[in-house]
Design a protein around this ligand. Structure first.
Ligand SMILES: NC(=O)c1ccc[n+]([C@@H]2O[C@H](COP(=O)([O-])OP(=O)(O)OC[C@H]3O[C@@H](n4cnc5c(N)ncnc54)[C@H](O)[C@@H]3O)[C@@H](O)[C@H]2O)c1
Length: 309
């Protein structure tokens, strides 16, 4: 199993469990953290894993040896979404017996919600797509559709206060964010060099979910961002955040920091996180372009696709 972030294992950051900030592979010319497999120049333009062969820098540290007896899906998600969700829920720091709200039930949100349950939390997940809510409900998770009154709905379910913590597993591609969507579409229409400059200086995310998280979380609660944001000029309600005393944690996942804890859980025959109930489609690599479209448009009940090269 190969993590999506590339880390050396021995620098100042890695020994402190901050592998996504690895000082050996940091992309200094972009001012970014550790290099990532399969990302844009922001994270080093290292060719990614959706290929028949993969060159793996620092493979002596990053690679995790796994068994052959169990199906691949037991281990596959360790490279990215499972530790991402695990870190998101740990950063959410829900008190014992507390309530976690998870926004978004894509692969990351599905796991975040199940991990919250695994830790004994009450979990309420918010997701507009019905089959994604149905999958979460199979794992003991309460669900809500996304509406503009979602903060009120969550407060009603939590003694008027709001959940102790919120994991945002949506990020900058949330639905229902007309202003951010307009800004992103406008940038997409610019020539490449101008678009890059526009994103670096005035990029605006779709903020519906982040703003809903700020509204929903209880006073003194925590917001944990697993979903990726990339705007440099996204407006934030700082008055509200300060007044509510909200704590926020975020960042790329430090994959290798969590794999030793997660390995016995994915190998547990009882499958406590339900890793065998996530994949909806398996395809060959030649079918990938069409599958990307299906995934993006959420057609055909598509939640998680596994590509077998
Ligand atoms: N931090 C990390 O290291 C890391 C690693 C992997 C993925 N990610 C990020 O995590 C996020 C989720 O990844 P994924 O693979 O699950 O993506 P996904 O696109 O499958 O899931 C996002 C889900 O959010 C839902 N959604 C959209 N608008 C919503 C709204 N207004 N309210 C509630 N739900 C809404 C969508 O219907 C979808 O089910 C992405 O931003 C991804 O880039 C981060």
């Amino acid at each position: 199993m190969i993590p999506f972030n590339i880390s050396c294992g021995h620098c100042w950051m890695c020994v402190r469990g901050l592998q996504s900030q690895c000082e050996t592979t940091q992309v200094r010319e972009q001012g970014s953290g550790a290099s990532l497999l399969g990302f844009s120049e922001l994270y080093g333009s290292v060719p990614g894993g959706q290929a028949e062969f993969l060159r793996v820098p620092h493979a002596d540290y990053g690679s995790v040896k796994v068994g052959h007896e169990l199906p691949d899906e037991r281990y596959l998600y360790l490279s990215d979404i499972l530790p991402t969700a695990w870190q998101g829920v740990k950063y959410a720091d829900v008190p014992d017996g507390g309530t976690l709200a998870v926004f978004g039930l894509g692969p990351v949100g599905q796991f975040a919600a199940r991990i919250g349950r695994h830790f004994g939390q009450r979990v309420i997940a918010v997701e507009p797509v019905a089959e994604r809510r149905a999958m979460a409900e199979r794992h003991g998770i309460e669900t809500l559709d996304f509406t503009k009154d979602i903060g009120d709905e969550l407060r009603e379910m939590t003694d008027g206060r709001g959940p102790d913590a919120v994991v945002d597993a949506v990020g900058m591609e949330s639905h229902d964010s007309p202003l951010g969507a307009f800004a992103q579409n406008a940038v997409n229409m610019l020539p490449e060099a101008l678009a890059k400059k526009a994103m670096e200086t005035a990029g605006v995310d779709r903020l519906t979910v982040l703003h809903a998280a700020i509204d929903s979380v209880r006073r003194g609660g925590t917001i944990s961002l697993s979903g990726v944001y990339g705007g440099t000029a996204s407006p934030m309600p700082l008055l509200n955040m300060f007044d509510k005393q909200i704590q926020t944690r975020m960042g790329q996942c430090n994959v290798r920091n969590w794999t030793d804890e997660l390995l016995p859980i994915v190998e547990d025959p009882s499958d406590p996180l339900g890793v065998m109930d996530l994949m909806t489609h398996t395809i060959g690599i030649d079918e990938a372009p069409a599958a990307y479209e299906k995934f993006q448009k959420k057609q055909d009940g598509c939640i998680k696709v596994i590509i077998r090269p």
